[in-house]
Design a protein around this ligand. Structure first.
Ligand code: SF4
Ligand code: SF4
Length: 692
């Protein structure tokens, strides 16, 4: 009877073993060379300041990889398939390392064999089970790519006519990657089967159920002779795969862990500052060395999964922007002329070949129209399973466009108005608090009287005729529930959130300085704002300039007052069937999705979620300065698509918002989409007023 174990080089002459080791070492050398070249490229990037909290970064990324949480999110099929492939690969890899250690180290050094007896039997069983799961995962992925025709896997570009670009190389790379893995797994099982057959199919090999079954297929074939061929076939495919990793899509297996580990949880929420030297020498990105190493790592980490592509409201509305293509174009830019260029050459968005050419980045490789199409909604960053920070790079590239003056006149006018008057409406600063005239009480001037809450009203709520009514209602409610609050009157300026996302960093810093000076002149405990855009920048970005203030969006504050019993509703609004739109800068940027829902629940309305909600909400199309740009060339405005999404809910009659810009955008959208008689737009504040 055989002992439960296996031979690694079964009947291999010594020269054959030597050949294998030499080829194996050469392959590992080629693999390391590929990664060294990539590392050299990252070294050219600027510092990204990501080496803090290394321990927690390491374990957070490990947990994300192990659970597959980021891939599973909103795509259970892909998540399950990826989990099977990931864990199948990890277990098979560990198994191979154990075999190598046992054969090349433990046995020669300690004269002891690890892979024998019960240990070997359990080892065989676990590897067989995970090997089968690995194959199932790969087949699921192949089925998905080959037959499901998913929009996220379609390389069709929104910015170019078909035939003007070539993505065939990406398709090849996607297929080669999956096929190599499948061939490794299948030849691995064949090898196991033929070895067991050649050994006479001993009973203990039933612990390798897949190999044991395959062994029976060989019947009368001379398994001994066949074993050598299959061994080499399997070995060569494995070596080819190892060599292929750093030059192809397979590199994501290693890079994505690093990318998740060095991800900034505040990415997009808090944009990077520009140093004084950079301000002097010219902002934005012109060359490879302007990117940070994390951005260069981002570009290489993209798996082309297309989640950002389908989440992007700009792409959905027919604008010439896909965050996926943008990242891939920047990868091609970063690799142009470098020995790390992918095996399969790509073309840029403007149709020029990537190889060896000198291309500018903002406005050339990435077209100005593409960059200006972004609504800065952050949906791409949120959707990306591998921690890519598209929006930071987009704003850096926009800074170059701003520096060159490459922008629409209307946007330029808005920026000039903000610079001259502190608001995008181009109205006098003294008019900022004109809306208070319609109130039957006086709002305190926080610069003159001490208040508990400083209300940062924001531009739209102060100057936009449609929003002023809402602002007055908010004031009346604050007053009615006994809140001690005040405003800055003409001391307030645009908070700068969108100015910064346009790429006008100099103007943003001036606004921060002016607003902080006004805050310093006032006496208050906490800030409340009705504007999610102002909320984001005051809460997340002002602290870097020395201004840390406890800041609420009004929904969060009302919720707190509700909990404290200071806000009580005298009637329920059960006659309304409503849905709620999460503003990007409140829900996705600041995870404030609970407070508005809690208020709606307390108001007693019949509430229904839209298909896309909370952090997966769909942008209205106004952010990042888009509200000041021409949207007449879009196939369909994002706000109109969103209204139609709300109308998918049977009988819904109110579209609830919590942002003055949303109020303006959606009030227009119900009219332009011809849905005025079906649905009305209201801010939560109006419902609160009605219920008080
Ligand atoms: S931030 Fe929004 S609009 Fe901009 S690229 Fe990302 S998903 Fe598209
Ligand atoms: S950037 Fe992220 S979400 Fe977009 S295709 Fe690449 S990996 Fe997927």
């Amino acid at each position: 009877m055989h002992e439960a174990t296996r031979e690694v080089f079964r009947n291999f002459p010594v020269w054959m073993q030597v050949v294998f080791y030499v080829v194996g070492l050469a392959t590992i050398g080629f693999f390391l060379y590929g990664f060294w070249l990539r590392y050299k490229k990252y070294r050219k990037g600027r510092d990204a300041g990501r080496f803090n909290n290394l321990g927690s970064r390491f374990f957070k990324a490990l947990a994300a990889m192990a659970t597959n949480r980021t891939v599973y999110k909103r795509d259970a099929y892909a998540g399950t398939a990826h989990w099977l492939i990931f864990w199948g690969f990890v277990v098979l890899f560990i198994g191979t390392v154990i075999v190598a250690l046992d054969h090349d180290f433990i046995e020669p050094v300690f004269k002891y064999r690890l892979l024998q007896g019960p240990f070997y039997e359990w080892f065989s069983l676990i590897l067989d089970v995970f090997g089968v799961l690995f194959i199932i995962g790969l087949l699921m992925m192949m089925f998905r790519r080959g037959t499901m025709h998913l929009p996220q896997l379609n390389y069709q570009r929104p910015d170019l006519e078909p035939g003007k670009y070539d993505r065939s190389a990406y398709r090849k790379d996607d297929r080669v990657f999956l096929w190599l893995l499948l061939l490794i797994a299948v030849t691995g099982f064949l090898l196991e089967g033929v070895r067991i057959a050649a050994d006479g199919t001993p009973e203990f090999e039933a612990w390798s159920p897949a190999g044991f079954t395959i062994a029976h297929w060989f019947g009368n074939v001379d398994a001994n002779a066949l074993h050598h061929y299959i061994w080499w076939l399997h070995g060569i495919i494995v070596l080819v795969f190892i060599a292929y990793i750093p030059y192809s899509k397979a590199m994501h297996m290693l890079l994505d862990y690093a990318n998740l580990m060095f991800k900034d949880d505040m990415a997009a929420r808090r944009l990077p500052r520009v140093s004084e030297e950079k301000m002097k020498e010219g902002m934005g990105y012109l060359k490879l060395e302007d990117f940070t190493w994390k951005e260069l790592l981002d570009f290489d980490s993209c798996t082309k999964c297309g989640r950002c592509h389908i989440a992007c409201p700009a792409r959905a509305s027919g604008a010439p922007l896909s965050p996926r293509d943008l990242i891939l174009d920047m990868r091609t830019f970063a690799d142009a002329g470098q020995p790390t260029a992918e095996w399969f050459r790509q073309t840029f968005s403007n149709g020029k070949k990537a190889n060896g050419k000198k291309a500018g980045i903002a406005g050339d490789v990435i077209k100005a129209d593409t960059l200006w199409s972004c609504t800065t909604c952050m949906a791409c960053v949120e959707a990306c399973p591998v921690g890519i920070e598209h929006l930071t790079s987009i704003v850096q590239l926009r800074r170059t466009l701003v520096e060159n003056g490459t922008m629409e006149n209307s946007l330029q006018d808005a920026l000039m108005n903000i610079g001259d008057y502190g608001n995008s409406f181009g109205q006098s600063e003294r008019m900022r608090a004109k809306w208070t005239k319609g109130l039957d009480f006086k709002i305190k001037d926080a610069r003159k009287e001490e208040v508990e809450y400083l209300w940062f009203v924001g531009d739209y709520a102060s100057y936009d005729a449609r929003s002023q009514n809402m602002t007055q209602k908010a004031a009346a409610i604050f007053n009615q529930i006994g809140m001690d609050f005040g405003i800055l009157y003409d001391g307030e300026k645009n908070a700068g959130n969108d100015v910064r996302r346009i790429g006008e960093e100099g103007l943003f810093e001036m606004l921060v300085e002016d607003n902080m000076a006004a805050f310093e002149s006032a006496s208050f405990k906490e800030i409340v704002t009705t504007d999610p855009h102002s909320f984001n920048t005051i809460k997340n970005e002002y602290p870097e300039f020395g201004g840390s203030y406890p800041t609420y969006h009004y929904t969060g504050l009302l919720c707190k007052l509700l909990d404290e019993g200071r806000l009580k509703f005298s009637r329920k609004l059960s006659h309304y069937k409503v849905t709620y739109h999460d503003p990007c800068y409140l829900g996705r940027y600041n995870n404030e999705t609970a407070a508005p829902r809690k208020l709606l629940e307390a108001l007693g309305v019949e509430f229904h979620e839209m298909r896309r909600c909370k952090e997966n909400s769909f942008c209205c199309g106004a952010g990042g300065g888009r509200i000041w740009m021409d949207d007449s060339k879009l196939d369909k405005r994002p706000s109109e698509m969103r209204i139609e999404e709300a109308l998918e809910i049977d009988g819904v009659n109110l579209f609830i918002v919590a942002c003055p810009k949303d109020y303006a955008m959606y009030s227009d959208a119900v009219k332009t989409s011809g849905n005025e008689d079906k649905i009305a737009v209201k801010d939560i504040i109006e419902l609160v007023e009605e219920a008080l």
